[in-house]
Design a protein around this ligand. Sequence first.
Ligand code: 8YV
Length: 327
Amino acid sequence: MDALKVLIARRAPPAVVAQLRAHLDADYHEGELPLTPDELRARLQGKAGAYITGTERITAELLDACPGLRVVCTMSVGYNHIDLAACTARGVLVTNTPDVLTESTADFGFALLMATARRMSEGERLLRDGGWKSWAWDFLAGAEVHGSTLGILGMGRIGQAIARRGRFGFGMRVVYHNRSRLPGDVEAELGARYVTKEALLREADHLVLVLPYSAESHHCIAAPELALMKPTATLVNVARGGIVDEDALAAALRERRIAAAGLDVFEGEPRVNPALLTLPNVVLTPHIASATMPTRVAMAQLAADNLIAALTGGTPPTPLNPEVLSS
Ligand code: 8YV
């Protein structure tokens, strides 16, 4: 039997591409930039499967234009770029890459919190620009991290991993808000206290956003929420840019209504809201929270394992809509 045709829509680790090619007939887009939506639609014609990343949008229209597509495997834990309901309605299996990126992403989230609270980027810019003239008691004095209150909005796997770092590494008090409350034993292990979203905003010295992006969470941090935060607070976003109203955030940072922000994700990325680019009290990184070599290889491998299993009669390890498998 001929191998099924698939599209590898983004550059992937060579060993993973070789493995995909050993099992499937792969059309490989090796370019540095993503395919445009039109190119993606054209390249998906006649393909049974797609290996994609967060840069490819899978919409109902695209699915209707590619009726042969049976499996979409994204090399990401987030899947807001995929219309999951439309996939399920058409019997298209979707898989993502949970767990393998949890600890690296939590490391980065915590690093961004520290860099932001302790004004690292600001200090480096000043030093490189020749602005370091002397010592002063309040020179680049930032916020305390150890012993402070860590707020987490979205207490899934990554949120919990950040909570552990805060509690056990830095002696922080942990407060969180989530759609559903964690079981008591997990709360006890993390030393985490469940609070309302309003209490979270009021109490946190450092607030980390780690919730999934959806219509519900769109701009869920906007002017009214920022107004509840402490003027000394730090806001960190390692989830999705659209969770934060960037114009409102820029205004709050400019007027020092909150102290600082660390952002790894942006609403129109790779474009960054110009209002953020000129502010000294924001640390900006280009969506790299999961970017360690071992983690990225593990994510690519898991996406490929899902695609191969789904199209060769195996059991995909991490399906998002497993109901499709039994229908
Ligand atoms: C990825 C991410 O780098 O997994 C996610 O949801 O946001 C990042 O880890 C990116 O989406 C690549 O697909």
